[in-house]
Structures are given as C-alpha cells and as structure tokens.
Design a protein around this ligand. Structure first.
Ligand SMILES: [Cu+2]
Length: 266
C-alpha cells in the first residue's frame, strides 16, 4: 500500500532539515571560514573559544540567510502576476509555522547552552592574581590608570597614561571600565574583547595575551564627531620590560600630580 501524501512530505522535510544541520555543523566543526571572512589573529587565551562560537553561529545564520533569500526569489518568480490567473487568499500553513518557530528556538537554546561556560569564564569570573587597572573613556581618548610603586590602585602614586595600554605577557589583567561622558565601547579585536563603557557604571572585564606584540584599541560605539580618532595602543611585553616601562612612566614629572588630580575628579 503506498504511503499517504502527508507522510511522504513529512519525511522529505525531515531529511531536508537533517541535510541543513549537517551542512551547518561540518564546516563549523572544522573551524573553517572562507578567506574573505578571516578573523584577525587571536591573541588572548580565550580567543579560540570565541571564534568557534562565532563560526558556528555564522554558518547557521549564513545558510538560513541563503535558503530564505533563494526561496523568496523563487516564490517571487513562480507566483508572479500572469494574465488570467486570480490571486487566492490563504491563512498560511500552521504546521509549517510551528516547524519554523520550533527549529530556531531549539537552535537558540543549544547555542545558549554551548556558550554558557565560556560566558561565565570570560564575563563573570575574574581570574585571581590578575593585574588590576582602570580604563576611563572620554570624548575622544582612553585614560588608563596603573597601580604605582605601592602596588595599589586608587592612590596618589598611580600612573595614568593616555591611550597607552601596556601589560606583561601571560598574566591576566582585570580592568574596571568607566566613562566620563557618553557610552563608549572598549574594543580589542585581536583579544576578542568588546565591552561598553557606560557613564555611571563600573564594568569589570579581563583579558590576557599569549605573546608579546603591538596592537590597537578601538572605540566600537559611535560616540561623537571624533569617534574615528578614539584609538589607543596596546603593548604586550615581558614582565621585566613592563616593570621598566611603568617605572619610567612613574618617574615622569607631573605624573603623580596628574594621578592625584584624576583621582579627585573621578
Ligand atoms: Cu568612543
């Protein structure tokens, strides 16, 4: 006895979804992205985990995008206006609507579960033995405050630099992020760090570097006319080089006074 029409159609839909999921999962599992979508090099110890999630989401949304646009074009062409054909009114198809609501919901829940641990480790738990610093955004610069010779942040011997972020390789940095005026976004692309600096709020973030080098800080929030030049510089160096640099900064005339002034103003 031949199978009813609806069962055949159901099986076809199921097979199509299986094929889609395999298509989405395979390249993502292989960590592949086409060359024109290459990410910048990953420098922090968690950049690889962020990239895996990013690629997975990009493949899933990318394939859905292509399928949806292709269907849109197909239906536009298939049901175009033609002489003698009357439009007919339809309420849609309940079963289809349930399917295309449940599948994205399941995908979202799976993605949330997959990223849960990384989110906790990167955004919620601050590492111990980290170097504390303070970063204050303003139109249009980053003020970065380091603990001075007394090793404590928030004292008169703090070292304050403009747009110069230095830290030693291999040691995590916990930064307290603030803003003086409008919302800025502290962005270190190679470290996979992006966090809003919101006036009136202190937000803690952490990052580290697996190798020495020079990179850039960007502001990822349109914060005013000078937004484009709100650029800073990251220097990751050996612990000895970092100590030397910090001592040099502390010895600069006016540094202590400006640190104390900053403190009063903040
Ligand atoms: Cu900004």
């Amino acid at each position: 006895m031949p199978l009813p029409q609806s069962v055949v159609a159901g099986r076809k839909t199921f097979r199509a979804w299986l094929l889609f999921l395999a298509l989405a999962a395979l390249p993502a599992a292989g960590g592949a992205l086409p060359f024109w979508l290459r990410l910048p090099e990953g420098v922090s110890s968690y950049s690889g985990r962020i990239d895996t999630l990013f690629r997975l989401i990009l493949w899933i949304t990318g394939i859905i995008f292509v399928v949806v646009e292709a269907l849109l074009l197909f239906f536009l062409f298939r049901y175009r206006r033609r002489e003698g054909r009357r439009a007919h009114y339809t309420h849609g198809n309940n079963r289809l609507e349930v399917i295309w609501t449940i599948i994205p919901a399941v995908i979202c829940v799976i993605l949330a579960l997959l990223s849960r641990r990384s989110w906790a480790e990167i955004k919620q738990q601050m590492p111990k033995d980290a170097m504390p610093i303070e970063i204050v955004g303003e139109q249009f610069a980053w003020n970065i405050r380091y603990a001075g010779p007394d090793g404590k942040l928030g004292t008169a011997d703090d070292v304050v630099t403009l747009n110069q972020l230095h830290f030693p390789v291999g040691r995590p940095v916990v930064a307290t992020l603030r803003s003086k005026d409008v919302i800025h976004s502290f962005f270190l692309p190679e470290f996979r760090v992006k966090q809003d600096a919101v006036p009136g709020m202190s937000t803690r973030i952490w990052f580290d570097a697996m190798r020495v080098g020079h990179w850039e800080i960007a502001c990822a929030e349109l914060c005013g006319l000078g937004h484009y030049r709100m650029k800073g510089f990251v220097t990751v160096e050996t612990p000895e080089e970092f100590e030397k640099w910090l001592a040099e900064q502390a010895a600069q005339p006016g540094q202590a006074a400006s640190a104390a002034q900053e403190k009063q103003g903040s």
